[in-house]
Design a protein around this ligand. Structure first.
Ligand code: MSP
Length: 589
């Protein structure tokens, strides 16, 4: 009893803090409704995380992508009635951060705070509705890491040994001989690089602590074989299984303090610093409340990660957790990368896209929509301004915005209401005017919530948006086909048919607006408010389409429309976009 009271108090306090935060403003009404629920009961829990972001460079488009995917899943779960928690934050220890701070002439903590604030600012600007923002330099995290280390140590899973092999500071990763290749650096000198990332590697020989990773190979294999959905999409699950076919050597989990000072010291050995990846992965537990009261959240953890860091999440992390006797994450959703003009985004190529600039040019919702509509988890996607421009104009401005505009315009809707549905005017047998395509559309929109739900659940958001977009096109076809602007308003049958057309279109828009909330919260709010859907009528269970067609009551019929707050999404003009260039990420000062 005490625990649950404590939990409710804590989540109400969190909700209160969030209500004050600026990034909830576009959906504040919906948020009020959702938060009032979270103060009320103990609904099913859900916990989603992004990777924590390195602070050695400014945020770029790929970082925002990880965060937008997680935000979409979190918002979707809230609409489904879950008590969802969403963690993001920054990864602030390690050699490359130490070196970046040195290069910037700042003390490491000041340097980390500055860059961490940039990430936070980006996320707040892009409506990333995190419920916890963790920094690995926080005290609560140090405690969690030290505790976690001690558990592994006490179980005999960490031993003092010596490591000899390749190390990539850029990836903060240890590599075997088969994972490196020779290459030439910019001055023509031969160097060794990581085959996977292309980053330079160096030979390292140190005495440090080793984790008995090799002892977990068969348990990891069992886990992956028994849980085919633990790593998604399937192609990455297969990759994880393949890795486990190879040798799984023990893993070095500390560095000599003389080389790496910027990190958490090994408990009981101030000469050693905990390996940054062990430190970083524990952030997920820190946010869950580890070591004191993490169970409720930890049992329902889902990670979003980019493909480059999958091994750390699908192999090392589960092995650490098994070692510590903790449950494994429910799902590791892996996404692919964004390239720019066909090339990997990189500082040296100067093609790194600044997401904050993009969100100013294309709007926050515009950028979110683009990333989730074009981003395919299985394969890399290419970013160009031109693609964003075309997609947003076609789908948000013309198709969705045009539909709303048509049916709310005084010419078709002089009374500014959600008009009535006249069943007889829709039934062809009763002399109505609906045709076969209209019934197909009704069927498609009716089944849309289930289709979208399935795609959101598997993080194939692009498929969900594709399905919604196809339905929006069908609805536009419906309006175009029946040309309601040609109907005679003095004729009562024409008038009934006009009302029915607008009613059906509003019903379509209501379903689209509801289902789009996780992707474009601002646009959805504007759309739903305009067609008079109240904040407490926007959850997933309200996405039942056209109840009047099923002989049920429709609570919206006859309602006055909400105020007109302008076009849903303004068409982007190419000249304006070109003027706002450049969108390249700024250098750290
Ligand atoms: N700090 C580690 C993660 C530790 S989690 C315990 C890290 N940070 S990162 O800043 O380099 O990357 C964070 C996320 O951004 C990763 O999911 C990564 O895949 C993603 N992206 C980095 N570049 C990307 C693209 N070009 N495209 C899409 N996402 C990319 O790794």
């Amino acid at each position: 009893m005490r625990t649950s009271l404590l939990f409710v108090t804590r989540s109400c306090a969190a909700v209160h803090r969030l209500q004050q935060s600026p990034f909830f403003s576009p959906v504040s009404a919906l948020w009020r409704h959702i938060s009032s629920q979270s103060c009320r009961d103990d609904r099913r829990s859900f916990y989603v995380t992004t990777p924590i972001f390195y602070v050695n460079a400014s945020p770029h488009l790929g970082h925002l992508y990880s965060a937008v995917i997680a935000d979409c899943l979190h918002r979707y779960k809230l609409l489904q009635g879950f008590n969802s928690q969403f963690a993001t934050g920054t990864d602030e220890h390690g050699l490359k951060i130490q070196q970046a701070a040195e290069a910037a002439g700042k003390d490491p903590l000041t340097f980390c705070t500055d860059v961490s604030e940039r990430f936070k600012h980006l996320f707040n600007s892009c409506n990333i509705s995190y419920t916890d923002y963790i920094r690995t330099t926080e005290q609560r995290h140090r405690q969690a890491v030290k505790h976690f280390w001690s558990v592994l140590w006490n179980k005999g899973l960490i031993y003092k040994g010596s490591y000899e092999g390749w190390y990539s500071t850029q990836d903060e990763s240890f590599l075997t001989e088969s994972q490196v290749a020779s290459a030439l650096d910019s001055s023509g000198k031969e160097i060794k690089v990581s085959l996977e990332s292309g980053h330079k590697v160096e030979w390292m020989k140190e005495e440090n602590y080793m984790f008995r990773l090799s002892a977990f190979r068969s348990q990891l294999l069992d886990w992956l074989r028994e849980s085919p959905r633990a790593v998604q999409p399937e192609r990455f699950h297969r990759d994880a299984l393949l890795w486990l076919q190879e040798d799984l050597p023990d893993l070095s989990v500390s560095r000599q303090r003389s080389r790496l000072q910027w990190g958490i010291p090994v408990p009981g050995d101030p000469e050693q610093t905990i390996y940054v990846w062990l430190d970083a992965l524990v952030n997920y537990l820190t946010v869950a409340g580890y070591p004191d009261k993490h169970e409720q959240r930890w049992n329902v953890a889902h990670h979003i990660v980019g493909k480059d860091i999958m091994k750390f999440h699908a192999i090392y992390w589960p092995a650490f957790l098994l070692g510590a006797g903790l449950p494994l994450p429910q799902t590791i959703y892996v996404h692919s990368h964004w390239t720019v003009g066909g090339k990997k985004m990189s500082k040296s190529l100067g093609n790194v896209v600044d997401p904050l600039e993009c969100s100013k040019t294309f709007t926050t919702d515009g950028l979110r929509y683009f990333l989730l509509r074009q981003g395919v988890p299985d394969s890399d996607c290419d970013y160009t301004d031109d693609k964003v421009f075309k997609l947003l104009n076609a789908e948000l401005a013309d198709s969705l915005g045009g539909l709303l505009n048509r049916c709310t315009a005084p010419a078709l809707n002089p009374d500014q209401v959600y008009p009535s549905f006249y069943p007889q005017s829709f039934h062809s047998e009763q002399g109505g005017r609906a045709v076969a395509e209209d019934y197909h559309m009704v069927e498609a929109v009716k089944s849309l919530p289930a289709v979208v739900q399935q795609h959101y659940e598997s993080m194939h958001v692009y498929k969900a948006l594709e399905a919604i977009s196809a339905c929006v096109r069908q609805t536009n076809g419906f309006v175009q086909r029946h040309a309601p602007w040609k109907l005679d308003k003095r004729d009562s049958r024409d008038q009934q048919w006009l009302h029915t057309i607008v009613h059906v279109t509003f019903e379509c828009l209501r379903v689209y607006g509801t289902l789009l909330q996780p992707v474009v919260p601002g646009i959805s709010n504007k759309l739903l408010s305009r067609i008079s859907v109240k904040p407490d009528e926007r959850s997933w269970e309200h996405a039942n389409f056209l109840p009047r067609f099923q002989g049920l009551d429709c609570p919206f019929e006859g309602r006055e429309l909400g105020s007109d707050s302008g076009v849903l999404f303004s068409r982007l003009e190419r000249q304006n976009i070109d003027k706002q260039k450049p969108k390249k990420a700024k250098k750290l000062k």
